[in-house]
Design a protein. Structure first.
Length: 193
């Protein structure tokens, strides 16, 4: 059973899954914003372009690699993005990032997971949006964080994965930020390393 995380909550991924995790996947799903129709005519959905990001940092807080819609895999191939979904159309996760924890370079001690709304609408205007963490082995959902209705910002520093010995800890951050891409949020992100 998945955990519904609150801001600041931290879980040991090994303890939660019952095994040592080797590969996890962050999934982000959302729907476009319902357009208001005039006298019941028209309607439809306004496109929302949420972008999933995985930022890899070393122990000194230096950004050593990033995976996002303009770089779909890390330099060594251990982190991969599914590709940019610009509308949220379709069922399930609209963008995913797969992280091979057991193969990450030893200098990577923290992975920050974040989301930006490239089209700029606030999370308050998005009715359905979430982020979840899945154990690739058995497709077990480990944690879920709801994004919709979170505030008037258009970005969210969602979570961190921190290496602690042979284990990884997952922390729900839930810190609002403003910006079209992760570049706009780096000063805010550094506070969570």
């Amino acid at each position: 059973m998945a955990l519904s995380l609150q801001k600041g909550q931290q879980i040991s991924l090994a303890k939660t899954s019952g095994t040592t995790l080797t590969t996890v996947r962050m999934g982000v799903g959302w729907e476009g914003i319902k357009k208001r129709s005039f006298l019941g005519f028209g309607g439809g959905r306004e496109a929302v372009d949420l972008d999933a990001n995985a930022l890899l940092f070393d122990a000194r807080g230096t950004l050593v690699d990033q995976v996002w819609f303009r770089q779909l895999q890390s330099k060594d191939g251990t982190v991969r993005h599914s590709g940019d979904n610009r509308t949220g159309d379709g069922d399930g996760d609209d963008e995913t990032i797969t992280i091979h924890l057991s193969r990450l370079p030893q200098n990577v001690t923290t992975v920050i997971l974040s989301v930006n709304n490239y089209t700029g609408q606030s999370f308050n205007s998005i009715e359905t949006a979430y982020c979840r963490l899945i154990n690739e082995q058995g497709e077990k959902e480990l944690a879920r964080y709801e994004l919709a209705g979170q505030g008037s910002h258009n970005g969210l520093i969602m979570a961190s994965l921190k290496r602690e010995g042979g284990d990884w800890n997952f922390k729900a951050i839930g810190a609002p930020c403003v910006g079209k891409t992760y570049h706009d949020n780096l000063p805010d992100i550094r506070a969570h390393l």
